[in-house]
Design a protein around this ligand. Sequence first.
Ligand code: DGL
Length: 350
Amino acid sequence: MSVLFALLVSLDAANARGPGLPNVMVLATGGTIAGTGSSSTTVVGYTAATVGIDTLLNAVPELKTVANVKGEQVFQIASENMNNDYWLKLAKRVNTLLAQDDVDGIVITHGTDTIEETSYFLDLVVKSKKPVVIVGAMRPSTAISADGPINLFNAVILAGSEEAVGKGVLVALNDQINAAREVTKNNTSTADTFRTPELGFLGYMQGNKPYFYRQSTRRHTADSEFDVSNLDTLPQVDIVYGYANMNRVAVDAFVAAGAKGIVHAGVGDGSLARPAVEPALDEARKKGVVIVRSSRVGNGIVARNGEAKDDEHDFVVSDTLNPQKARILLMLALTKTSDTKEIQRMFYTY
Ligand code: DGL
């Protein structure tokens, strides 16, 4: 290699890393943050997942002042279309990148509709303590006061921060930092939609810095026992929603369709309608389908042997996980075991 070429290569490497700036990868998957509307006042009825990663990054030149940022378009979807294939592709890419010494943290831009599910899935399968921050927007990139650029700027700072190391997968929008396990979308359209009801935010972004005030007590990321690196599919797990005057049709239909697990989003403390639903769940259990009692209420502990005799029925309870999060943990649990005592341990661990 000539001396001049060697000099150019080393200069490029130096520029690439920046003096002391963290190396942050931004993986784009679609959503409103990449959405466009017909005018600057279109904040509903826009098209999600139309703007590519390079445009997203170029719209925030300030990113260069806080990190060495590289972008990658992993896929481009409205997140209501998220599925297991996308999840496995994203998880494997995240783990490959985090294993690299030249990657300090990852930001994932994502539709807000299923951020709470993707974040918890990754919280259970990312095999690193390095920060992974999921970010979205509630207004499309073309709108007045689009929230995407500032959310992305804050997410990159957070993903490159020492403070975020070991905190698990984080969801950061609207200057607020949420943990993947509990975060949920609380409003269909407002910018402050992501909350952690009752248990609260982990902290805030303020003045281009993260401030943490608590962290999750549950196992996640590098401490997780789940590994999807060799999986190409995930077990089918479905959710049955509870309500007054409920019938058994949905339970029977999911069993007939081959569900390996069913999460029952019961009224109250995970209550089961009798005689309509409990016998259907019993029959499903006897066919080998694992049943988890969760609650549509959204907060609080679903007590084991409270509203149903779980020991007798061989049911599992979801602890405080809402139905959509319980579905993810049950799906990953079923990649390791069908033993309900082991699965119940997992629900008290993660
Ligand atoms: N289609 C919805 C999604 O991609 C738009 C919501 C959003 O991203 O804020 O999740």
